[in-house]
Design a binder for this molecule. Structure first.
Ligand code: ATP
Length: 644
């Protein structure tokens, strides 16, 4: 990921999206559902404009592409053939302290001092032993001949730090870790501690300095020790003294939580598909509905997130009435009611290939396009809508003869880049990444990722992949139905190859908003310069195309004329009528939501001052703030020519 990020800009964008009704957190009044979003009145317009333009360019303006709209609920057999059942998994790791889940391959490598612990014992027992060691004859424990050598093993050549007030501490065992652990084990077996744990743990001091490490000084205790204390506290030792062994300087490690330094679990494969059931399902195990994202029989999150915030808890649980896929072997013996929410739109295109070929009578090369919802139980939904659990895709499967695969991959990459420029995304902010052999799906002969410079870094907007004929072949093999194409040129039956441009609606909407967000200076009512926030959407994408204002709301002829103009424009574009507040404020409100044009009806329109200006209005441009005088009868032509 690009390190060039701008968190402040992103915060402003997220806040604007909520304030002006583009995007809301789903189920917000109930605390939200992580990774799921609702689009408000303006967001839905922006999204529709994007989808309609994609459809126009990819389907309506071409002779060689037809559309389809497939179902979301998908037969398991489809996803078994496509490889999603076996292979659609991400490696995940959990924080041993908070239970927060991360995608192992997305962790930034860390460096710092790693502190290793062999366990912990309770403060009161430990502190009494410390105090009594100087008077062993008076101590019921130190005076025992069987225990004293074990105690000496722990306390000799060790250093400790106890906080009497908070009843917490650490004991640093400097050497002989194996022997000392055995001694501790024996003491624990003799029940000399009222609480104890021998679970090993380690934590990284992530802000550590390579040349020195401080365990504690007058002001503070090393953060890795605090993390360890918290770890053992959550395992039942209310007031832990943690048993520290060695410390190691460690680099390029992804074993520790970058947020708190706690050790993470080893990576486990986590299937991203949502599983559900169709029809009456009496035998459905209700207890499975409440399980964590790991699935009914998968390993539970290592510990309950006792202090995790509501948001963190949401990040850890994904199952509602749909259950995250279970990758255990038993899961392969599914009954007939099992279905999946599709993880991509592409598979329904492949499965309907034969039907569509027959009804459309297309010849190779030709494509099938689809826009629709897809669902992935992402381990770590993040960056606003960028990585969601429910999202929309715009996919084209473009079928061709094998000889043309690589050439069409280049063709579609260029077409898609043009598309983004045509919706107002600057070429400078778009990047093509040639996905390396080892990163590509094994069946793909070439893949490009089209990336965008989001404020949170450079990230994928769309993948353009040459998938060979893998999918159709798989479905033909598994369904035992022919998916062949009779090539009249060569008189051969072939299974066509396919090039797939696959874009995300939500990611593109987010890119449009990020690209459009701007701040500049504009005069307020009194002529003083103030900061203006605006969305410089391409007019094609802008949710509202034109706002119409009467200069004053209490002057009936102005209001009537403005409403007449609204009716004139409405069949051609989405317009918005506003009569509330000072005219400057009304302009500012439209700037902030990206309306490219504003029309104002004033006294000149009525011909009160200059008859030559009768039936004219001011047309204001959002970006330049320039105003021009145009005849009402010209308005439709002028605006439609600027919008398309
Ligand atoms: P990533 O590597 O970011 O997870 P991907 O390579 O798995 O994405 P594809 O399977 O190629 O994504 O899906 C095609 C497109 O669908 C992506 O380029 C993206 O625009 C969109 N998409 C995929 N996953 C998500 C998601 N979780 N949230 C929003 N959009 C997504």
């Amino acid at each position: 990921m690009d390190s060039n990020t701008d968190a402040q800009r992103m915060e402003k964008i997220v806040s604007l999206c909520k304030r002006r009704g583009f995007i809301f957190q789903s189920s917000e009044i109930y605390g939200g559902l992580n990774g799921v979003w609702d689009y408000g009145p303006l967001g839905v317009e922006l999204k529709r404009n994007l989808k309609n333009y994609w459809w126009r360019v990819m389907v309506h303006e071409r002779d060689d592409v037809v559309g389809m709209d497939g179902s979301i609920l998908t037969q398991p057999a489809v996803l078994r053939a496509s490889g999603h059942m076996e292979g659609f998994a991400d490696p995940m790791v959990d924080c041993l302290l908070t239970g927060k889940r991360f995608r192992a391959d997305q962790l930034e490598p860390q460096q710092g001092w790693v502190l290793n612990f062999i366990g912990a014992v309770d403060f009161d027992s430990f502190n009494s032993l410390v105090k009594e060691q100087n008077f062993p004859e008076r101590s019921a424990i130190w005076s025992r001949v069987d225990l004293a050598p074990l105690l000496r093993q722990i306390f000799t050549n060790s250093s400790w730090h106890v906080d009497e007030k908070r009843r917490i501490g650490y004991c640093h065992l400097h050497d002989q870790f194996v022997e000392r652990k055995e001694a501790l084990r024996a003491l624990i077996a003799e029940r000399i501690f009222s609480a104890s744990s021998l679970q090993p743990f380690s934590a990284m001091d992530i802000v550590g300095d390579r040349n020195s490490v401080t365990l504690s000084d007058a002001r503070q205790v090393n953060p890795a020790i605090i993390v360890a204390q918290e770890f053992y506290r959550k395992r039942g030792i209310r007031n832990p003294v943690v048993m520290l062994t060695n410390l190691q300087w460690t680099e390029h490690s992804t074993r520790y939580n970058p947020e708190n330094g706690s050790l993470l679990t080893r990576p486990r494969e986590f299937n991203l598909m949502f599983k559900t059931r169709t029809g009456p399902v009496e035998e459905f195990d209700q207890s499975a509905m409440a399980v964590s994202a790991v699935g009914a029989t998968g390993p539970a999150a290592p510990i309950a997130p006792v202090t995790a915030s509501a948001a963190e808890s949401f990040a850890q649980t994904a199952g509602t009435s749909v259950i995250a896929e279970d990758t255990s072997p038993a899961a392969t013996t599914e009954d007939a009611s099992v279905a999946y929410l599709r993880p991509e739109t592409a598979q329904s295109i492949f499965v309907q290939f034969k039907n569509i070929l027959e009804v459309s009578r297309k010849k190779l090369p030709f494509g099938i396009a689809q826009i629709g919802k897809a669902f992935r139980n992402e381990i770590n939904p993040r960056n606003f809508t960028f990585r969601s659990r429910e999202f929309e895709q715009m996919e084209l499967e473009y079928f061709c003869r094998p000889q043309r695969g690589m050439e069409l991959l280049e063709y579609w990459k260029e077409e898609r880049l043009k598309f983004y420029e045509n919706i107002g995304i600057s070429r400078d902010n778009l990047h093509v990444r040639n996905v390396l052999d080892e990163e590509r799906a094994f069946y793909s002969k070439g893949t490009y990722d089209i990336e965008y410079d989001f404020p949170f870094g450079r990230q994928e907007l769309e993948g353009v992949a040459y998938r060979t004929n893998y999918d159709l072949k798989q479905h033909q093999d598994q369904s035992k139905k022919s998916l062949e194409y009779f090539d009249e040129e060569s008189k051969e039956r072939i299974i066509p190859h396919v090039v797939e441009p696959s874009a995300g609606v939500d990611r593109t909407v987010l890119a449009l908003i990020c690209e459009a967000y701007a701040e500049d200076e504009a005069p307020d009512e009194k002529g003083n310069m103030e900061t203006r926030t605006l969305l410089r959407f391409h007019p094609r994408m802008a949710p509202i195309k034109c706002a119409v204002f009467p200069l004053l709301k209490n002057k009936e002829p102005l209001v009537a004329k403005a409403k007449e103009i609204v009716n004139l424009l409405r069949p051609h574009m989405f317009v918005f009528y506003d009569e509330a507040g000072a005219i400057g404020r009304r302009y500012r409100r439209q700037d902030e939501i990206g309306t490219p044009f504003c029309v104002t009806v004033d006294f000149e329109t009525l011909g009160e001052k200059n008859p030559a200006l009768r039936e004219t209005v001011t047309l204001r441009d959002r970006d330049s703030m320039q105003q021009e005088r145009v005849a009402i009868r010209e308005l439709v032509n002028i605006l439609t020519s600027r919008l398309h």
